[in-house]
Design a protein around this ligand. Structure first.
Ligand code: ZN
Length: 345
């Protein structure tokens, strides 16, 4: 097992916010290494350098955690794309690559498990056994390759999240368990999101909260309630999209003519880096402990979040210096007017 980082996740959380960075699947899809639809991280075996590069970019942008790209690298999903035989190799290699890059900085490595699509509350006992076996095999490989803690994420069902939590606690590792939120107020098995976070914390999850689906505007109000109900650490990893009360999740975003944009025409709804920096400041003010980003995330957002939290990170060397722009930087009104043509005027 590789040498582990000296300061673990719980120690770091004690001394201040931890910066997470996710969105590997969406970003590597945009870069041409993952197929939209199945979203299986075949890149781990097919183009490991592309994955290494994205890890490095997140590290340079200030991420405190390298999350092993094992999202959807479970038996069920790999079967769907005919790569069941690559299951172990894909899981092991993802953790190895995360470790390799984490050691280039001072980052932790998180093993990652997620919603399986196999959990069925109507057939709870049998489906729970299937889910548990998937988590156990993924995490047994991750532990052998070396991880600092585990993130169980994008959980649609509290029942499935509790299975993940049990498996993680069985391995004696810190557990971060976060919920998906595709429905207005409740998990798919009918628990209010805030209650579900409390139940997870009461069952021993070290960090609870939400990830994916919602942008900062529609996730913050729920997280605020979670913060007031849970005494332990709280995590928040929204998607960088402009969700709003009428379209609270990125799955529900529609253009003016009513066309759905999820998942591959979301660009018109992207937040700016300033909006993501603003989110980070609000999350910190609320007392959120693990502040991150999910699908849609990319390194410039992570740097903006890091800087909003008061950090200078390796890629800050190239942070904007708009005052040096030949026209906009001059603040000479006449020159600027000519350059920034107001088409409506
Ligand atoms: Zn996501």
């Amino acid at each position: 097992m590789p040498a582990r980082s000296k300061r673990g996740i719980l120690e770091r959380l004690k001394s201040g916010p931890v910066l997470g960075a996710e969105g590997y699947v969406f970003e590597l899809e945009r870069r041409g290494y993952i197929k939209a639809g199945p979203y299986v991280p075949e890149v781990v075996l097919d183009a490991p350098d592309a994955l290494r590069e994205l890890h490095r970019e997140f590290l340079r942008a200030g991420a405190d955690v390298m999350v092993a790209l094992t999202y959807y690298a479970h038996r069920g999903k790999l079967k769907d794309v005919g790569r069941e035989n690559d299951l172990e190799a894909m899981n092991r290699q993802a953790v190895r690559i995360a470790n390799e890059v984490a050691r280039q900085g001072d980052a932790l490595v998180a093993g990652d498990i997620c919603n399986t699509w196999a959990y069925d509350p109507k057939n709870k006992d049998a489906s729970s056994r299937v889910v548990r076996a998937m988590y156990e095999e993924q995490l047994s490989w991750a532990v052998e390759e070396g991880i600092d803690f585990v993130i169980a994420e994008t959980n649609d069902y509290l029942g499935e999240a509790l299975i993940a939590l049990e498996v993680i606690k069985g391995l004696k590792l810190p557990a971060m368990v976060t919920l998906a939120s595709t429905r207005p107020h409740q998990t798919w098995d009918g628990y209010d999101y805030v209650d579900a976070c409390k139940i997870l914390a009461d069952h021993g999850a070290d960090i609870v909260g939400m990830n994916c689906d919602r942008g900062p505007a529609t996730m913050l109000p729920i997280i605020e309630q979670v913060r007031s109900r849970v005494s332990g650490y709280v995590a928040m990893q929204p998607v960088p999209y402009k969700t709003e009360a009428a379209m609270p999740t990125f799955e529900s975003l529609k253009t003016a003519d009513g066309t759905n944009v999820f998942p591959i025409a979301l660009e018109p709804f992207l937040c700016t880096r300033f909006e993501m920096a603003d989110y980070a400041r609000r999350a910190q003010a609320l007392g959120v402990n693990y502040i991150g980003i999910c699908c849609g995330g990319s390194p410039h957002y992570v740097r903006a979040i890091a800087e909003a939290l008061g950090r200078t990170v390796p890629s800050s060397k190239y942070s904007p210096a708009i005052e040096l722009h030949p026209v906009i930087g001059t603040r000479v009104e006449e020159k600027e007017k000519e350059f920034l043509v107001d088409w409506k005027g």
